[in-house]
Write a new protein. Structure first.
Length: 137
């Protein structure tokens, strides 16, 4: 059996989105997963050991990738970081949140699948954008 891909899911406070992603993929044999937050008030704050461990970091919003780089200014090498572009407007295990997490994550698990948009040059690769216009407040 192949070695599982180590994926770190990151959001702001590690309260709803990244723990949901960790829970969705916890028992998936293709992955080994963790979750963390970038805020000082996160339930579990990201640390250097997380970045050493991860093959891939999936942040929920682009600003989280920027915060990771800001929080570790002396680090010269980061794992691949990509954004799922999932806004902070869902509760844990919300059906739409789970669907968005799966859609974005599966692109990385099955690299032969092509994203349905042009990749953002800010990140290592592109993922499908969240369709959440009706959920905006």
């Amino acid at each position: 059996m192949p070695v599982p891909l180590k994926v770190l899911f990151v959001c702001g406070r590690n309260q709803w989105r990244s723990p949901t992603a960790e829970r969705v993929y916890r028992n998936d044999p293709r992955l080994s997963v963790r979750s963390a937050g970038v805020s000082n008030h996160a339930r579990r704050q990201i640390n250097g050991d997380d970045l050493d461990w991860a093959d891939l970091v999936l942040v929920m919003e682009r600003k989280h990738a920027a915060r990771i780089r800001e929080q570790f200014p002396d680090r010269s090498v980061f794992p691949k970081i990509d954004s799922l572009e999932i806004p902070d407007e869902y509760r844990a295990m919300d059906d739409e949140l789970v669907a968005l997490i799966k859609a974005g994550t599966e692109v990385h698990i099955h690299p032969a699948r092509k994203p349905n948009h042009v990749p953002d040059p800010t990140f290592a690769s592109g993922t499908p954008r969240a369709r959440h216009e009706s959920r905006h407040r």
